[in-house]
Write a protein that binds this ligand. Structure first.
Ligand code: ASP
Length: 374
């Protein structure tokens, strides 16, 4: 990758203009105490160097007409073209595009996740890279962001961004989302906050964010609210992530070459008990059971889950409700069955955490602690 050019910023120009103005004011008002002149000229302010990695999704999508806000082809516009279509981005940072995939995010699998994570990690180690923006489909943005949040070993900002409408649509949201993502990635206050997701004027932590609506631009939510806002070219934080991330975790993307198979089985009235055995036969090392309510398990599902556990498969009770905690030993005697509960993590993200946890241990008590910690 070519090195970034150092560019004098508008901010630097404004700063020097205000210094000149300050001098003139001091001359006009002799009683004012001008600040002591610095011994040397201040270091030239510079724009952050941000790599924008393109993976596809609606932010790279195009529709047949401007009214196609929800029916269009995703993952067709190359990342360099997306960047070129938002010239404002280059005013806030030195950006470089890199196309790693051109896929809908529903096509992410473990191999692609690992490939993306390793490339991000490689770039973060470069001294001339200040932050990363990843353009991504919104369907699984939360899984990728959570995975990176748990495995990257850097304090530098990593921001995952998508859009709900293709660039060809009326009311397209991708341009502003990309601009906001670059702003957030360039902001030094974004350092050390883990992997972030920026859409719809909000900054979310990769741990908590989830997509909650199929078509609305206001679809991303975190149970405890966003970390901050981006408005009028300014990103501002109001909260901090409470759970360990990036440099604070036990997983290093550079050392993970394969993720164990973890299946999610979705519960519903009349759920087929054979789905548990099917997951076991497919090679799952753990089953996240996306149960109803507070992780409730139907009477006819208890035995299949116990049988899977007896075969060495870890059972994780989750909730399909989308928020709230699953309470250990409440709906089911987890201690007795040697099952695990997710705490507040939703099934698709519990799958990520469980796969990572299984790279370190197969001890159910240690695995339970992982859910309470992360
Ligand atoms: N199916 C698309 C994707 O996740 C939807 C989107 O990007 O909004 O790639």
């Amino acid at each position: 990758m070519k090195h970034f050019a150092r560019v004098t910023t508008l901010a630097a120009a404004l700063l020097s203009a205000s210094l000149i103005t300050g001098t003139v004011h001091a001359q006009l008002a002799p009683s004012a105490q001008p600040a002591a002149a610095p011994a040397t000229a201040p270091a030239e302010a510079r724009k952050a160097n941000i790599v924008i990695i393109g993976t596809g999704g609606t932010i790279a999508g195009a529709g047949a007409s401007a009214i196609n806000t929800a029916a269009y082809q995703s993952a067709v516009v190359p990342v360099d073209k997306i960047i070129a279509s938002v010239p404002e981005v280059s005013k806030v940072a030195n950006v470089k595009g890199e196309q790693i995939f051109q896929i809908g995010s529903e096509s992410f699998n473990n191999e692609r996740l690992l490939k993306l994570g390793k490339r991000v990690s490689e770039l973060l180690k470069q001294p001339d890279v200040d932050g990363i923006v990843i353009t991504h489909g919104t369907d699984t943005i939360e899984e990728t962001a959570y995975f990176l949040n748990l495995t990257l070993k850097s304090d530098k900002p990593v921001v995952v961004v998508g859009s709900m409408r293709p660039g060809t649509a009326l009311g397209a949201d991708g341009a502003l989302n990309l601009y906001d993502a670059v702003l957030v990635a360039s902001n030094p206050t974004s350092r050390g906050k883990g992997t972030l997701v920026v859409l719809n004027d909000e900054i979310h932590t990769g741990r908590d964010v989830t997509k909650s609506n199929t078509f609305k631009t206001e679809t991303f939510r975190s149970a405890f609210g966003p970390l901050g806002y981006v408005v009028e070219g300014r990103s501002q934080y109001y909260r901090l992530p409470a759970r360990p991330h990036t440099v604070q975790t036990e997983w290093d993307i550079d050392k993970i070459d394969k993720l164990p198979e973890v299946a999610v089985v979705y519960a519903y009235g009349n759920v087929n008990p054979a789905s548990i055995d099917a997951a076991v036969k497919s090679g799952a090392k753990a089953i996240v059971y996306a149960a109803t309510g507070n992780g409730s398990v139907g009477d006819y599902m208890v035995e299949p889950l116990k049988a899977a556990r007896a075969k060495g498969v870890q059972i994780v009770r989750a909730s399909r409700t989308g928020s709230g905690v699953v309470i250990r030993n409440a709906e089911q005697p987890d201690d007795k069955y040697d099952w695990i509960v997710t705490d507040d993590q939703m099934p698709q993200k519990a799958r990520i955490l469980m796969a990572l946890a299984l790279t370190k241990t197969n001890d159910s008590k240690a695995l339970q602690q992982v859910f309470w910690k992360y």
